[in-house]
Write a protein that binds this ligand. Structure first.
Ligand code: FES
Ligand code: FES
Length: 177
């Protein structure tokens, strides 16, 4: 299994363990939280091979060859804008649901660059939050999508400028020879 980009060895006895427990107790990744333990609250949501899934219902042996991402791996996966947007929108109150919510929103943004409300609604279908109010999750996800689009635009502009300079240098060099 790879977790947040790192290869992780799975001891034989851990194959029957819940992924949630393995992440928290063995790997020390305590971002994923246990709420219901029955697949209904979404506080344990992580991203497995690109899909947001409840880690309380997954056994380690079922994902031995998978790529797992927890909330601790979000920044390295390019989701700083999402984390920043949740802070800026004050989309966090007690915070218990937030790792799962962030993982669901990040998995959506990985698939859909600029999701609409309907898509965000579907992505958050399995995440229960009892204190913040979902509007702030929607706003933060839209903000993150916009920030990422701006970033992509900036990088494209830099590439164009670099290509333009290179072409100009080549033309000048040819002119001199
Ligand atoms: S703890 Fe996994 S869905 Fe509630
Ligand atoms: S922020 Fe408290 S449950 Fe969501």
């Amino acid at each position: 299994m790879r977790v947040n980009g790192q290869q992780v060895q799975i001891p034989e006895q851990a194959h029957g363990q819940r992924l949630l427990d393995f992440l928290r107790d063995t790997l020390g990744l305590i971002g994923a939280k246990e709420g219901c333990g029955m697949g209904e609250c979404g506080s344990c949501t992580v991203v497995i091979d690109g899909r947001a899934m409840t880690s309380c219902l997954v056994l380690v042996g079922q994902v031995a060859d998978a790529e797992v991402r927890t909330v601790e791996g979000l920044a390295a996966a390019g989701h700083t804008a999402l984390q920043d947007a949740f802070v800026a929108r004050q989309a966090v109150q007690c915070g218990y649901c937030i790792p799962g919510v962030l993982n669901s929103c990040a998995a959506l943004l990985d698939r859909v660059a600029e999701p609409d409300d309907e898509q965000i609604c579907r992505a958050l279908d399995g995440n229960l939050c009892r204190c913040t109010g979902y509007n702030r999750f929607y706003d933060a996800t839209h903000d993150a999508a916009a920030a990422r689009a701006t970033e992509r635009g900036g990088r494209a502009a830099e590439r164009n400028t670099a290509a333009h300079h290179k072409a100009a240098d080549n033309a000048a060099a040819e002119g001199e020879s």
